[in-house]
Design a protein around this ligand. Structure first.
Ligand SMILES: *[C@@H]1O[C@H](CO)[C@@H](O)[C@H](O)[C@H]1NC(C)=O
Ligand SMILES: *[C@@H]1O[C@H](CO)[C@@H](O)[C@H](O)[C@H]1NC(C)=O
Length: 161
C-alpha cells in the first residue's frame, strides 16, 4: 500500500509545481527553430579539387541552387524548394586533413524559415544531392560522418539510395 501512496504523492507534487510555475518546454530547442543538417565529409583528394567540383555542381543545378560566394576555404550557396516558399542557406568549409593530403569538408544546410522539428530530410537531401550528382559520393576515400542530432532527418532521408 505504500507504493500507490508514494506515487500519488509524487503526482500531486508534480501537478502542484506545474500549477505554481509554467511547465518547462519539453526539449531544450531554441524557439523559433530553424531546421538544419550538419555533416562532415572526408575525401582522399585535395580540397581545391573537391571545392571546384561542388561549386560547379551548384551552378549546374541553377536556379534551384544558387552560388552566393566561393573562396578556397568556403562556399556559400542557397537552395529554394520546388514550392518556391522554403529556402535554405548552404555552407561548405574546407580544411586539409593532417595525416593524408586529403580534404575535410564541413557541410551545413539550414532552413531560413521557421520550420517544425521534422523537415523530412530536406536539409540533408540538399547536401546529399550535390554530393551524389557530382560523383563525389563515390570519390576515393569518401566518408560521411553525421547523425540524427547534427542532421535532422538523416536516418529517414529519402534521397539516400
Ligand atoms: C540566393 O542567392 C542568390 C545569389 O546570391 C540571391 O540572388 C537570392 O536572393 C538568394 N535567395 C535566397 C532565398 O536567399
Ligand atoms: C543566409 O545567407 C545570407 C547570405 O549569405 C545571410 O545574409 C543570412 O544571414 C543567412 N541566414 C541564415 C539564417 O543563416
Amino acid at each position: 500500500m505504500k507504493t500507490p501512496l508514494l506515487a500519488s504523492a509524487v503526482i500531486l507534487g508534480l501537478f502542484g509545481s506545474f500549477a505554481a510555475v509554467p511547465p518547462p518546454a519539453p526539449f531544450p530547442v531554441p524557439v523559433p527553430y530553424h531546421a538544419f543538417c550538419r555533416s562532415l565529409w572526408l575525401f582522399a583528394a585535395p580540397c581545391a579539387e573537391i571545392s571546384t567540383t561542388i561549386a560547379k555542381q551548384i551552378q549546374a543545378f541553377s536556379p534551384e541552387y544558387m552560388l552566393v560566394s566561393a573562396t578556397p576555404l568556403e562556399i556559400k550557396a542557397n537552395h529554394t524548394s520546388p514550392d518556391g516558399i522554403n529556402a535554405q542557406n548552404i555552407t561548405f568549409s574546407f580544411s586539409v586533413t593532417t595525416l593524408t593530403s586529403g580534404c575535410r569538408v564541413s557541410a551545413q544546410s539550414i532552413s531560413l524559415g521557421f520550420t517544425s522539428l521534422l523537415d523530412d530530410g530536406l536539409n540533408y537531401c540538399n547536401l546529399y544531392k550535390l554530393l551524389s550528382a557530382s560523383g563525389l559520393s563515390s570519390a576515393p576515400g569518401f566518408l560521411e560522418l553525421t547523425n540524427e542530432w547534427a542532421c535532422l532527418g538523416y536516418g529517414m532521408a529519402k534521397c539516400k539510395v
